[in-house]
Structures are given as C-alpha cells and as structure tokens.
Design a protein around this ligand. Structure first.
Ligand SMILES: [Zn+2]
Length: 587
C-alpha cells in the first residue's frame, strides 16, 4: 500500500462517520444508531444505519457497509486512493508522499488523468483547425451547436499515425504514457502509434469532472465505427456512465438511458439534461446501482431495432433490482431519439417521454409480437406466457390492471385472464414455499455471507470466528488472551485474514477499527464485515466468550482435520486395492 498505515489511522480518527454521512443523508437517531434512506439504492423506508460507536455504516437493503473511506468510495464512485485524498482534503491533512515503487500508484493515476486532460484539449483544438474540418463538418451536420461542442468538450483526432504522440511529446509525455492511458497502441513489431485516428472524439468524464477516457466515431466507412478507450487504472467501462457528471444535477427526476453518445448529446442540446449512455458495453448492474443514487425513475430510450429491443429487455431487470421505476420509450417514425427530435421537435419528444410505456405494457407487447393471435393454439400460448410474466408482479392492483390489458389483446374476458394469473401465482408461491422449507431444513445454508465467494464452509466455526473478530474490533487489548490463535486455524479465509490483520495492527499499535482496514479489503469483503461487526457482542464477559469461541474454532478444526485424514486414508487404501487388483490380474 502506498499510503502509510499511520496516516490512514489518523484520517479515520479525524473523520466522524455521522458527520460525514450527514453531508449526504438525512439521519435520525434511534437507540444507539442513526438511520436514513440509503444513498446507494432507491428506497422509501430507511434501512441504512450508522453506528457512531463502531464508526461503521450498514445498509440492510442493498448490503453495502464499511467505514468512512468505504463510504466515500461508494458515494463518489472512487478507488481507495482517491477516496483517501477526498477525506484528507476534508480533514485538512496532506496525504504524505512516500518513496519507492508502490508509491507510484497514486501518482500514476494522477498522471493518467493529466494525460487524458491534455489529450482532450488537443483534440478539441484540432476540431477548429483545417485538418479537423471534416470532424467539425460532421458534428455540425448532426446539428450540434458550438455551445454543445464546448460543453461536452468534443474534439477531433487527426488522420495521422502519430498526431497525438507528437503533440503530447511537446508537453513532456512519452509513448509509454500514452500506451498506459490507452491513447496509443503498439503492433507486433513494437511500433507505437495513435489509437484514435480520423475520428470525432467524445471525452468520457467522471463524477468529479476528470477526463477518464474517450469514445471516437470514425469519419468515412472504415471500421470499427465506434472505438472506446480500453479499461485503464482510471477508466472502467462497467462502472462509468457517459454524461452522468451533467445528468446528476438534473431536476428532471428521471434518467433517460440512450444507446450512444450522439443520442445523449443531442438530447442534452434539446434540453433533456438527464440523458446518459453506457459506453462500449450494455448496461451493467453497477451502472444501474450508480444511476439509482441520483434517480428514482428511469426511461429506457434505445433504438427501435432488434438489438435495441433486446438491450432494453436486459436492462429492465437490472434497473428494477437497483430500485428504479422503469419505463420504456418507443420511438416511432424515426430510428433513434436523435432523428426523432430533428424530425418532430423537442415538444414531441417530451410528450413521448410522458407517454412512455410502463415496462409491463412494453413486455406484454413484446410477448404479443411472438404469437399469431388469430390462431387459437398460439393464443393459448400467448396467454400462458403473459400470465407467467404478470404472476410475479408484487402488487395485486398491477396484476389486475395488466391482466386486463392482456385479456384485451387476446380477446378474452378480463375475469378469465385474472383467474389464469391467480392460478399461475398460486403455483409459484407454493413452489417458493417448498424451496424455503427445504432451505430451513438445511441450516448450513442460512446466515451465509451474501457474497458467493465468501460463503462459509463450516457455519459453527464461522460463528465463533465472527465472535473473535468482533471482540478484537471492540477491544484490541484482548490480543493477549488469544492463546496463540492464528488466522490459519479459521474455517473462513476472510475471517482468518481479518483476524491476522487485526492482531498485527494491535501489536504495532495501529487502529483496529474496521474503517482503518478499507485499503486492505475488497469492498464486498467490507460489506460482509460491516454486518459481522454490527451484531451485538458484549464486552462484560469478553474473556469467557473468547475462551468459548476459541474452543469451538479448535474443536471444529480438529474435526475437519480428522475428517480430512480419514478421507486421505480411504483414498490411499483405495489406491492400494486398485493396484493390488491390477497386479493380480496381470498374467
Ligand atoms: Zn442500500
């Protein structure tokens, strides 16, 4: 880690989690903890809690949790190092510069951002030079105003192999830097040249206003038509959304999802300032989560072609899962929103937005398109598939209303359709109930970490391990009472790792607060630990509890090793018998 642990400790000490979170979330005190609406997922009743005692936050809705650094990482969508920087500024501390190789990380990121910023400047300048004429003509043809070109920092990459390399060399950046930033590529022979050539350039800007990458659309017919920066230490395409830096300030209350930057930009120019696009990838769960921090509603406005429809179908469940209310806008009489606005004007598009279909109607429509409703047997298939889709809607009112819509499509009575949905729902509920019962009979499956990779293999031991970790977090002085326990004796690799970490920190006189471990744990690991730390643990009989926990851990370990030994013995015996049989068979 590039930043000294002592500094992280001081930072964590100086930053009160209640103060910090209050800057983003309205908190109310209930009992020992504070509660509020989670900033990381859309909700109406608070499931987000902050513990001033433990200096952690935990959301019981989406599962996010951690200390002050994790909070900033999540809230501002930042990597660890940058979150530390933000908190340091807030606490009036300077992040110490450390020598050596690993210190490079933060400087490296800063340098990449600097290169991207300079590249964006160069591209923008070229747009207005004779060699960039073609790019400017293209953007004007697409109807973009000068103000829009400036607002979005659009630019042009010259039709040369080393245009950017030469321009940035004058500012002291070498080819390696450009390679790292994804602005140059090298071929088999090791020759390095510009990645973006003869393209209109769209800088991708993060929530803080830093240029983190680029998208480029080629002039003429060469391929690929669109080219994006590769993932770099500062750019991750599945975590960043184009134009969200502007859209997040919108008062529209709904985010408009488009398929590309041209659509997004022309919507902004027409006054729809909440348009965004995912770039070089279809919408991911991370994108959806990010959007749900700023919006409660989403309107999907993809192209009307097959690919657009398929992308919308994929996006709907992701957005819903993140807590957003989803509608789907169907562009009619034009191939995309950009063309629609040019043909019919902004008012027409605003009407389209307001009339945009509820996604349930949209899905019904898509199911209908699969069947020929004149044909009786296909009509039955349509009704069956529609009933399956409607049966899982949580609200009975919604189920009734849309059953009516489906009935009208198929020309049957609303009552018949409602019956069908009811039956389908009963079937599903009973199936789920059976599954739940099966789960209840298998206690090992319960109380597991939500994150698949962290699953406990020995629940009894894991409970005791959680207890030990909790006690260490509460009172590092217990280090002396551990009876030589080490993380390798734990059944859960994560809890073992955290235990070792805490012991080492306690020995070195460092903070054993969970918040101080932000740099050492993955965010998913932190989510789970915040849950573990949040459980009650009394310090009054801590030494007794500790002794019991350690006994369980060691007992389970012995059981596991003897089971392992048995397995080993059986395996050896089997091999021996196999060999013997083989030898005896030989003539
Ligand atoms: Zn949440």
């Amino acid at each position: 880690m590039a930043i000294p642990e002592q500094f992280i400790d001081e930072l964590v000490q100086r930053t009160d989690i209640v103060d910090l979170v209050s800057e983003y979330v309205r908190l109310t005190k209930k009992g020992r903890n504070y509660w509020g609406l989670c900033p990381f997922h859309a909700e109406k009743t608070p499931s987000f809690s902050v513990s001033p005692e433990k200096q952690i936050f935990k959301c019981f809705g989406c599962g996010k949790g951690g200390g002050v650094i994790n909070f900033v990482m999540e809230q501002e969508n930042l990597p660890f190092i940058d979150a530390v920087e933000v908190l340091a500024k807030r606490a009036n501390l300077a992040v110490p510069e450390t020598g050596g190789g690993s210190a490079g990380m933060r400087e490296r990121r800063e340098r990449l951002l600097e290169i991207n910023r300079q590249a964006a400047r160069v591209f923008h300048r070229w747009l207005y030079e004779p060699e960039g004429r073609e790019g400017l003509d293209y953007l004007r043809r697409r109807g973009l105003s000068k103000a829009t070109l400036t607002n979005f920092g659009l630019g042009f990459a010259l039709n040369r192999w080393d245009g950017l390399i030469t321009a940035l060399a004058e500012q002291g950046y070498d080819k390696r830097d450009l390679l790292d930033a994804g602005l140059a590529v090298s071929n088999k022979d090791g020759r390095i040249y510009d990645r973006f050539r003869n393209r209109v350039m769209f800088p991708i800007i993060d929530l803080r206003g830093e240029v983190i990458g680029f998208g480029g659309r080629v002039m003429g017919d060469s391929t690929p038509k669109y080219l994006n920066s590769p993932d770099t230490p500062v750019y991750n395409k599945s975590r960043n959304v184009f134009a969200l830096n502007i859209a997040k300030k919108s008062k529209a209350g709904r985010v408009i999802l488009t398929e590309g930057y041209m659509d997004t930009i022309s919507l902004h120019q027409a006054g729809f300032d909440s348009a965004v696009a995912s770039l070089g990838t279809s919408l991911t769960a991370e994108h959806a989560q990010l959007l749900s921090r700023y919006f409660q509603n989403a309107v999907i406005s993809y192209d009307g072609d097959g690919a657009g429809v398929a992308a919308a179908q994929r996006a709907i469940p992701l957005l819903e899962k993140a807590g957003l209310k989803v509608k789907v806008l169907q562009v009619r009489g034009a191939k995309d929103p950009d063309e629609f606005i040019k043909k019919y004007g902004r008012e027409a598009f605003a009407r389209l937005l307001d009339e945009s279909e509820n996604h349930i109607d949209y899905r019904l429509e898509k199911i209908r398109a699969k069947y020929d409703l004149e044909d009786d047997s296909q009509r039955v298939d349509f009704l069956r598939e529609a009933a399956g889709m409607l049966a899982v809607l949580p609200s009975p009112v919604e189920r009734e209303i849309y059953a009516g819509h489906a009935a009208r499509m198929a020309g049957i009575t609303a009552e018949t359709m409602a019956q069908e949905v009811k039956k389908e729902r009963a079937r599903r509920v009973s199936r789920e109930k059976k599954q739940q019962e099966r789960k209840n009979l298998a206690p090992a499956a319960q109380r597991q970490p939500a994150q698949r990779g962290l699953r406990y293999t020995n629940i009894r031991s894991a409970r005791a391990e959680e207890g030990v970790v909790r006690l260490m977090l509460l009172d590092p002085a217990l280090l002396g009472e551990m009876d030589g326990l080490i993380g390798a004796e734990f059944s859960s690799p994560l809890l073992g790792k955290v235990f070792d970490l805490l012991c080492r920190r306690a020995r070195d006189g460092l903070s054993t607060r969970l918040s101080a471990l932000a740099g050492e744990l993955e965010p998913e690991e932190m989510d789970h630990l915040a849950l573990v730390a949040g459980q009650p643990e009394s310090l009054t009989n801590s030494r007794d509890s500790l002794r019991d926990y350690i006994a369980v851990i060691r007992g389970e370990l012995a059981r596991r090793s003897s089971a392992d030994a048995d397995a080993l013995l059986r395996e050896t015996q089997k091999k021996y018998l196999e060999k013997k049989a083989y030898m005896e068979e030989k003539p």
